[in-house]
Design a protein around this ligand. Structure first.
Ligand code: DON
Length: 599
């Protein structure tokens, strides 16, 4: 009995000590020098027990000397590192990881979706590839409205009409054609093996598939993909075998882009669309092409930020956010102090208002990128800010731009032994996308059409509103918030950063970078750190349990800020930081199955 009391006593002291360390502090746990797959199950338990800022958990980084892959799934990260060890470069590994995620992480990994790649080679040259989905030719502005111009619930979210023309396969073909070193067949093979031999389900994935089963059945009444033959629940550790997907991947392996956009796969996809009232045609597929775009490059203090230009809003918004807070002494104010949080929220409010007004597909609308990230313009955005009181979002509009004509995602990061770095965010949009599985081809289609502004002022599934700049038009890409980003310090690779999270992607990337640059956290601490979010409308700040101290909450509320504690979490970051000694710190998010593997 005495022994039990003593150990409870010890446990309480330890808990309080940890709590104290977390609350007061920015004091970082030492980064464990190790490599390999981290035991994320233990971390999940710890995280639930101790929720007081700044950290979600005390997960430790994975350290590699030669290469690192951080992704949403341990098998995908392993695939990436195997490719690096076989002599592949960061792009080879990234292509292999994209295809592996399409097999092992069907909730967001994909070949039926799209994404963005930011690539920085070891000479410092940067490239970005836009493989975002496009609206099909038969799409039109009011396609989700009824005759009274009201939004038809869920039409842009579930089922065949919700999909854009997928871009992921062409994106990977392009990335590999330009920068790959290994053969195309080599980088496809691991995904084929995983599809045909099966992948052991994680607890999280088993739960996800069980929860989605009724929706899979509703949308695919005569198909049995992603469920057991007897439609009972999946359990962690059971093998998910995907024979049809394996065949589709083999066609892509043998025929490259034609293995997806033409021939058997295209025929199956178009037939699926016809069966379910969708509008993607074989011609839409044949006409899809990923686009190389000039990277968006700017500075924050003495760091160079390399990020994604439109069609993502993420890069523009991230640079606006960073430059808006640059004049303020965040480091002196401290992590998530009331003043730090206040200027960050106020920056977010203004930036998301600009996003709604100005951002859209640059191939269709003129996006005033240079003006939006101009320091003089940004300075004008602070004109109505006052520390005494929260600005009212109803009074905040997108800025004035002289000469302007109005008009379940996943991220992974790779660094190879030569210092080439890839930052990719890719998505089906919602978890398991539109839930439509292409019959005979075994892959899920995206529901990315919901990222368009389906009616001016009507929020999408992330509560984001938009306008003409992001209205639907045939062949147009829908606006995105995905923010794959690379940070340089003194001309050298420093960080590779990104996350899923819909509208919260931008603010999570923002905080994760500032945590390192301004608050002295390691990459892993920054990923572990609790996060918050504001997106102009609705006018409230959501935050992870523990992200704000009682004092910060009380001060912000007294200035009129509406705060809402989330029951779920923010961000699933997969980041890599290059340390001064050249070793790589792989920092994957403890909030899910995310895992870094290094060597
Ligand atoms: O492109 C975008 O902004 C959205 N389709 C991203 C969706 C997302 O992150 C969902 N995952 N949590």
């Amino acid at each position: 009995m005495k022994k039990v009391t003593l150990s409870i006593h010890c446990a309480i002291i330890l808990f309080l000590a940890l709590l104290g360390a977390c609350r007061t502090g920015q004091k970082a746990p030492d980064v464990r020098q190790s490599s390999g797959v981290y035991q994320y199950d233990n971390e999940k338990k710890q995280a639930v027990a101790r929720r007081a800022g700044p950290y979600f958990s005390d997960r430790q980084a994975v350290v590699g000397r030669s290469g690192m892959v951080a992704s949403a799934h341990p098998e995908a990260s392993r695939v990436g590192v195997d490719i690096l060890k076989a002599g592949g470069n960061a792009v080879d590994a990234a292509v292999a990881v994209q295809f592996a995620l399409a097999v092992v992480y069907p909730g967001a990994g994909n070949i039926g979706g799209g994404g963005f790649m930011v690539y920085r080679d070891n000479t410092g040259q940067a490239y970005t590839l836009d493989y975002r989905e496009k609206a099909p030719e038969k799409a039109h502005k009011d396609m989700y409205l009824d005759s009274a111009q009201n939004v038809i619930p869920r039409l842009s979210i579930t089922g065949h009409l919700a999909s854009g023309v997928p871009g992921s396969v062409d994106g990977m073909v392009e990335a590999h054609r330009r920068f790959g070193r290994l053969t195309w067949a080599q980088v496809l093979q691991p995904a084929i093996d995983l599809a045909e031999k099966g992948v052991a389900l994680t607890e999280r994935e088993a739960l996800g598939l069980n929860r989605t089963r009724s929706s899979f059945l509703a949308v695919n009444p005569d198909k049995r993909y992603f469920m057991k033959a007897d439609t009972t629940d999946w359990k962690a550790g059971e093998l998910l075998i995907q024979k049809d997907l394996g065949q589709t991947l083999r066609r892509i392996q043998q025929q490259g882009r034609a293995g997806f956009y033409e021939g058997e796969t295209a025929r199956l996809l178009a037939a699926e669309m016809q069966r379910g009232g969708g509008i993607i045609s074989e011609a839409d597929l044949k006409n899809y092409h990923a686009v190389w775009r000039d990277p968006l490059v700017d500075t924050y203090r003495n760091y160079k930020i390399i990020t994604m230009p439109p069609t993502s809003s993420g890069g523009v918004a991230l640079l606006q956010l960073m430059k808006l807070v640059e004049p303020y002494p965040l480091r002196r104010w401290g992590w998530n102090s009331d003043s730090t949080v206040q200027v960050m929220i106020e920056a977010e409010r203004r930036v998301y208002a600009d996003r709604a007004k100005f951002l859209g597909d640059p191939d269709f609308v003129k996006v005033p990128v240079a003006q939006l990230i101009d320091r003089n313009y940004l300075q004008t955005r602070w004109a109505d800010f006052n520390f005494a009181r929260a600005t009212d979002s109803r009074n905040v509009k997108g800025g004035n731009m002289p000469g302007y004509e109005s008009l379940e995602t996943t991220h992974f990061s790779v660094v190879d032994k030569d210092g080439n770095a890839v930052s990719i965010t890719t998505t089906l949009n919602g978890g398991y996308g539109s839930r439509v599985v292409v019959g005979g081809a075994g892959f899920l289609m995206n529901n990315e059409m919901d990222d368009f502004s389906i009616k001016p002022g009507v929020p999408n599934m992330f509560g984001l509103i938009g306008n003409q700049a992001n209205a639907i038009a045939p062949g147009k890409r829908m606006l995105s918030s995905m923010t794959p980003t690379i940070v340089e310090q003194d001309g050298k690779l420093y960080m590779v950063v990104g996350t899923p999270g819909g509208s919260t992607i931008i603010t999570s990337v923002y905080q994760t970078i500032l945590n390192v640059l301004d608050h002295g956290m390691t990459m892993q601490q920054s990923v572990n750190a609790l996060k918050f979010h504001h997106q102009w409308l609705p006018d409230k700040t959501t935050f992870e349990n523990g992200a704000f101290s009682d004092e910060t909450i009380q001060k912000l509320q007294s200035r009129g800020y509406v705060l809402e504690q989330l029951t779920n979490s923010l961000g699933r970051m997969d980041c890599i930081l290059r340390r001064p000694d050249g070793t790589l710190e792989g920092a994957s998010d403890p909030r899910a199955d995310n895992t870094s593997v290094g060597y």
